[in-house]
Design a binder for this molecule. Structure first.
Ligand code: ADP
Ligand code: MG
Length: 555
């Protein structure tokens, strides 16, 4: 009997037991485990009549273990139905076990009639209070009409956030009470848990910590199994070539016979890893608390968990990724795919650190056009670029002028000069001037190996195999992988060569902090990167390479 039928027969009466069973059915409860007796027998019968499977057990503890395993296996809670007092107390063990395992579970306990409360009723016990220690949510509905709401809330609490156990107390007088069908409001099935994702910057940082690891190790816990993250984690293992270690119930997320499984060398794997990624596993006794001597004292933990309070337990993690394991793994995979960086990634990270009062000098094709859309100016006369005449080569001269003015009139102000690699070439030797006068300039060379677009080293080598450069190298190409930062170090300024968002963030932070020396950050980007497709033709500026495709065809 679906609850929509209730409304159509408004004078009709319905028993409390049926209302409870219907609420469970609406929440997609498939299995009830329990032992019947006063006052819950009618609930079990009503549930069965609605097509819910009822499994009668011999002890409430086992019933509760069974119901909690349903939650782990299906992602929706199984129900454990128990009688008052001792019945409920027997179930506490199962509740505690589910809660500690982070598994969803709904326990429904009968309790004495409300009008006998505090009188020494049959099997009277403070059940809601007793369950509080073992659950995320423990409550008694205020009336039978409130049951659908409270059951929805209990089911929702059991699966949202960190999964766990919930308790709903049903006084005996609710069970046989007859209420008007029309007085029961329909409460919808609670939706599957919302998917949360980690912070983008943390995802980038994690990717580069993993990339720079010498002995990385992935630990796959039962949280990963619960999250159904098998497909994405296996992809991550294979793309990053990550050795992995499953915890006891994390086994099988990636098959035990996978070549990267180091289960057989567990102790050594833990002991020698320099970076450990925890996918849904807590650093508790099972993992030796993450502490020496079982681990390197300086091992970097990257923690992925849906529960914020778990992050940082027992160790100080290098990176924390708060979110659903499956979603975060996909984020990691996507961030890896987005290396080398493109213009938008670069400017996003530059904008994040740009001082509000700095001068922005810029020239180049894509570098200047795309940079202008992302980099913000807050003050007048603080942006200098290729200007009316579209002149390339003005950048360093402008930057030097801005730095002189800044030095004399507003000390402490910085000049950020954002150059394409081609534009930089027009006046690169002015770096010596910058260093000679020790000017507060940070040069960013956005390097795509060319004018408009370039090629990567492999394509370059391929081209030169058969003919000489002048015959085959497309006119817009510059020497790939050029270390322009060495122009700066040649004159004792600071030079950085960066390939990842994390390296970019770090070098920019250092350059801004270092007021004693000018610096140049050579930022390698995808040689074929361009701007986002523009919706209207006029959004491409006149110096943009509309004709680049014909150049490529010729080349
Ligand atoms: P194991 O016993 O396998 O080491 P634990 O039970 O210690 O695993 O850890 C499981 C972790 O997984 C818990 O901290 C829990 O919060 C987390 N978790 C559960 N579901 C998810 C999910 N969908 N996304 C991220 N973390 C999750
Ligand atoms: Mg270029």
């Amino acid at each position: 009997m679906p609850d929509s039928n209730f409304a159509e027969r408004s004078e009709e009466q319905v028993s409390g037991a049926k209302v409870i069973a219907q609420a469970l059915k609406t929440q997609d409860v498939e299995y009830v485990f329990g032992i019947v007796g006063i006052p819950v027998t009618e609930i079990a019968i009503a549930a069965q009549q609605l097509g819910i499977k009822y499994i009668g057990m011999r002890n409430e503890q086992a019933a509760c273990y069974a119901a909690s395993a349903i939650g782990y296996l299906t992602g929706r809670p199984g129900v454990c139905l128990v009688v008052s007092g001792p019945g409920l107390i027997h179930a506490l063990g199962g509740m505690a076990n589910a809660n500690v395992n982070c598994w969803p579970l709904l326990v429904i306990g009968g309790s004495p009639e409300r009008n006998q409360e505090t009188m020494g009723a049959f099997q009277e016990f403070p059940q809601v209070e007793a369950c509080r220690l073992y659950t995320k949510f423990s409550a008694r509905p205020s009336s039978i009409e409130a049951v659908p709401f409270v059951i929805e809330k209990a089911v929702r609490s059991s699966i949202y956030g960190r999964p766990g156990a919930c308790y709903v107390d049903i006084p005996a007088d609710f069970v046989n009470l007859q209420v008007n069908v029309s007085s029961i409001k329909h409460v919808e099935r609670c939706m599957s848990p919302p998917i949360s994702m980690a912070e983008t910057s943390a995802v980038c940082t994690a990717a580069s910590v993993i990339k720079n690891a010498k002995q990385p190790l992935l630990i796959i816990g039962k949280g990963a199994a619960y999250a159904h993250a098998e497909e994405s984690i296996q992809k991550l293992v294979e793309q990053y070539k990550l050795p992995f270690l499953p915890t006891p119930m994390g086994k099988g997320v990636v098959p035990d016979n996978h070549p990267y499984c180091v289960g057989a060398a567990r102790s050594r794997a833990l002991q020698f890893a320099d970076v450990i990624v925890l996918f849904g596993a807590r650093l508790n006794w099972i993992l030796h608390f993450g502490l020496p001597p079982r681990y390197q004292p300086d091992v970097k933990f990257i923690q992925v968990d849906i529960c914020a309070e778990e992050l940082g337990n027992n160790v100080k993690p290098a990176v924390t990724l708060l979110g659903d394991i499956n979603a975060v793994t996909k984020q990691e995979l996507a961030s890896r795919e987005s290396l080398p960086m493109n213009y938008y990634t670069v400017f996003y990270h530059v904008q994040e650190q740009l001082p509000r009062d700095c001068f922005v000098v810029s020239e180049g094709a894509n570098t200047m056009d795309i940079g202008r859309t992302v980099l913000q100016n807050y003050l007048p006369r603080h942006r200098l670029d290729a200007g009316t005449f579209g002149t390339m080569g003005v950048g360093l001269g402008f930057a030097i002028a801005a730095a002189m003015v800044a030095k004399d009139r507003s000390p402490g102000q910085r000049v950020i000069c954002v150059e394409g690699d081609s534009a930089f070439g027009f006046s690169g030797m002015e770096v010596e001037t910058i260093c000679r006068y020790n000017l507060p300039i940070i040069l960013l060379v956005v390097n795509n190996n060319g004018i408009y677009q370039g090629f990567d080293t492999d394509t370059w080598k391929e081209m030169l195999k058969f003919q000489d450069a002048a015959s085959v190298v497309p006119p817009m190409c510059l020497l790939p992988n050029s270390h322009y930062e060495q122009v700066m170090t040649a004159f004792r300024g600071k030079g950085y060569f960066v390939q990842t968002p994390e390296e970019l963030q770090k070098s920019l932070r250092q350059s801004l902090a270092d007021t004693a020396k000018p610096s140049l950050i050579n930022i390698m980007i995808e040689p074929q990167a361009t701007r986002k497709t523009q919706p209207f033709w006029w959004m491409y500026s006149c110096i943009n390479p509309m004709n680049i495709s014909s150049v490529q065809q010729n080349g």
